[in-house]
Every structure is written in C-alpha cells, then in structure tokens.
Design a protein around this ligand. Structure first.
Ligand SMILES: O=C(O)C1=C[C@@H](OP(=O)(O)O)[C@@H](O)[C@H](O)C1
Ligand SMILES: C=C(OP(=O)(O)O)C(=O)O
Length: 412
C-alpha cells in the first residue's frame, strides 16, 4: 500500500489555498439540472471530487447499471432520480457502499410508486429499479436520524410527482443544513416549497424546474483541514487565505468558523474568501456535531494535538459513513497519545490527549475514508506523520496533497 510522509515546518507561513468546489452543492446542481433537462454548461465550478465526476458520468450514461463506487450522495440521489423518472437500472457500489443503509429511502420511494427489488440484502444496495407507477399517494413519512441524504434525494424529485409531495420527518433529524441546502438549490431553480421545521414537515406542489445558471461555492468541509493547519501551526503569525468561500454559504460546514474560534483560529471575510489567523485557544470545548458530522474528525485531531479536552455529541451517523468513523478515530487517535471514549449511553464522547508524550507517530490507517487522511495530515505542523493510502482523498478533494505541498514537504 502506498503512503505519504509529511515533515513539520520550521517557520511560519502566509499562503493562499485555492480550495476545491463543494461536492454536495455540485451533486445537487447536477441532479436538479438534469431534471430541468439542462445542459451541463449551465453549471460552473463543478467539483473535481470523484463523487461528482461519478455523478456526471452516470447521468450521461444510458446503460443498465449505475455503479456509484463509494459516493453516498450519488447512490441516494440517483436512486430517487432513476426511480421517479422510471428508468430501469441496477444500482450498485463498492463493498462498503453495499453496507451503507438505503432501506428508508427505498421504502419511501415504494410508497410513492417505485418498483425496487433488493438483489442481495434487504435494506442495502445492490438494488434493481424497475420503473414507476403512480399510486395516488402524495404523503410519506421518513426517519431523519440515519441519513439526511434520503430526504434530500426525495425532495429533489418531488416536483415531478403527479400530486407533489407532503413529507413528514419522524424522530431526531441529523444533518439538517444539508436538507436546507437542497431546498435552497431547488428554490434557485424555481421550485416553491414550504418547510415547517417545528413540525418536521415539508410540502412541495407538482411543478416544473426552470433552467438557471448555477455556480458552485468552494467546499467548507475541505476548508476545515486548512483551519486545522493554522490551529496546529506552532508559529503565532501563521495565516492562510482560503479562496472561493462565501459569507452567506448554503453549506452547514461553514459552522467551522464558529467551532474554530475557541480552538484558536479567527476567520475574516476578504471579499474573495476567508483569511484565517491565530488567536488564543480556550481551555476546553463541547460541541454538538448533529448538523455538521463531517467536521468531527478534523476537530477530534485538533483537540488531541493541542491537548484541549473535547466533549462531542451528535456522532450517531458517523458509524454508517465511508467507514465506522468513531471506531477509526478511536484506533488512530491512540497513535497521537489521545483517546476518544464514549462516556454514557446517550452518545456523549470525550477526547483527551497527551500528544507531548508521543515521540514517533505510528503510520495512520485511513480506512478508505478521505476524511481520515485529511483530518490527520495537519498533525505534521508539529510532528512528522505517515498516512497510508493517500489517494483516498480523491473522493472529495483530489488536489489535497498538491495544496498541502504549498505548506509542507513530503515524500510519497
Ligand atoms: O447531502 C449531502 O451532501 C451530505 C450529507 C451528509 O450525510 P448524512 O445526511 O448521511 O449525515 C454528509 O455527511 C455528506 O458528506 C454529504
Ligand atoms: C459522508 C460523506 O460522503 P457520502 O455520504 O456522500 O459518501 C463525506 O464526504 O464525508
């Protein structure tokens, strides 16, 4: 297996990072644009992420099978897209994708009229989609605590349903900002929807998308690794400017601005992105990651290296992502002298660290998870670190190592 070793800097830095585009915004824009029969030229700054390139390829293909590889949004969004447009398609992906749940989405689509059969295990890909027959149903309820992607997937196809859709979210809702992002992008393409968050209901009448140009913003999840570089730099005058981020982002991971203030990074809008500078960090931090699960790994690593006691809630969905991220973090944080411990049955976790005691860091495993590689890379601001399978970053951020080389030397 290949690996990359990153070496610490001996000086401060003041650099510009050109950031990739958001795969979440890109994948929504691609599905909506396809539903509006638009040409891909309507969309600008689409992500280089493999998940987005896979979406582009599959939307252009007419074949009988859609292999989404390891892209969760691509699997969930295309399942709803093909189901409601009546395509006959086999949906499949990597072995891990076939362990990630999809039953909640399939049940909802079946209620609306989709003919879907599981090809292996009930509730999981692969599935065969066999067309759509409207059954007169416009009301569905859907659990919100496993993945918001099921809800986003249904919402995007809802305007095409003959009677529209009245969707009731049941139970706790995770990743809500991603649902708001979906509704905001649908609105951009002319769709009227009414969301009553106090009741967990969303109503979308039958209507047509109108074609609009759409420009994808830079990726706030990808930005988090650069916040970490600044936070972990031992030099007080280190700073980075991250390009292409907006003040009024559709992305919930823009919460990284608020999370990083107590961890020692100030964000200043520059008109073309954000300037990150160092400020004193707090002695401890508690954060709920229900709305921004993809930031949890970044923040755990920062807390471990800075030895800032961290209390985390809202990690439930981490177990069904690219890997079981809680387990992966528990294993790898040990190599930084830290521990991630579940404190109570109510899903409260704590990170405590002793990074100073670690003289040489064992190579970090990345578990086919881009965020494991990118979350641990900034540790190199303080100590040499080796990461296994570095190409894992291609899922969301193929130019990550090129951007890292702006700050750090490395050997592959
Ligand atoms: O809709 C989206 O673009 C995403 C939603 C989140 O997933 P869950 O809703 O499964 O938490 C997030 O973790 C993922 O990276 C992207
Ligand atoms: C969870 C992620 O992606 P997905 O669910 O789309 O595979 C992610 O990018 O961290």
């Amino acid at each position: 297996m290949s690996q990359i070793t990153l070496f610490p800097r001996t000086t401060s830095f003041s650099e510009i990072i050109p950031l990739p585009a958001s795969k979440s915004e890109s994948n929504r824009a691609l599905v909506i644009n396809a539903l509006a029969n638009g040409s891909i030229d309507n969309l600008s700054n689409l992500a280089e992420a493999r998940d987005t390139q896979t979406m582009i390829r599959l939307l252009a293909e007419k074949g009988p099978e859609a292999d989404v590889l390891d892209a969760g949004t691509t699997m969930r969004f295309l399942t709803a897209y093909y189901a409601v447009t009546g395509d006959v398609k086999k949906m499949t992906g990597t072995p891990r994708m076939c362990e990630r749940p999809i039953g909640i989405l399939v049940d909802a689509l079946r209620t609306l009229g989709a003919d879907i059969t599981y090809l292996n295990k009930d509730g999981y890909p692969p599935m065969q989609l066999n067309g759509f027959t409207f059954k007169g149903n416009r009301e569905i309820s859907i659990r919100g605590d496993v993945s918001s992607q099921f809800i986003s997937a249904i919402l995007m196809v809802a305007p095409l349903l003959p009677a529209g859709l009245k969707l009731q979210i049941t139970g706790a809702l995770g990743s809500k900002p991603y649902i708001e992002m979906t509704l905001a992008q649908m609105k951009h393409f002319g769709i009227q929807a009414t969301a009553d968050w106090s009741k967990g209901s969303i109503e979308i009448p039958a209507q047509k998308y109108t074609l609009q140009p759409f420009a994808v913003e830079s990726d706030w999840s990808g930005a988090s690794y650069w916040y970490s570089m600044v936070a972990l730099s031992p030099f007080e005058d280190s700073s980075l400017e991250l390009l292409g981020l907006k003040e009024d982002s559709l992305q919930g991971d823009s919460a990284i601005k608020a999370i990083m203030e107590p961890l020692g990074v100030k964000s200043t809008y520059t008109g073309r992105g954000y300037l990150l500078t160092k400020i004193p960090a707090q002695a401890s931090l508690a954060w709920d990651f229900t709305d921004c699960p993809d930031l949890a790994q970044t923040i755990c690593v920062i807390a471990a290296v800075k030895d800032i006691p961290l209390t985390l809630t809202g990690l439930e969905s981490l177990k069904v992502k690219e890997t079981d991220r809680v387990l992966a973090l528990q294993n790898e944080l040990k190599k930084l002298g830290a521990a991630l411990v579940e404190k109570e049955a109510n899903h409260l976790y704590e990170v405590t660290g002793n990074f100073a005691a670690v003289s040489a860091i064992e190579p970090i495993e990345t578990y086919d998870d881009h965020r494991m590689a990118m979350a641990f890379a900034p540790v190199a601001m303080q100590k040499e670190i080796t990461l296994l399978d570095p190409s894992v970053v291609n899922k969301s951020y193929p130019s990550f190592w090129k951007h890292v080389s702006i700050l750090l030397t490395s050997t592959l």
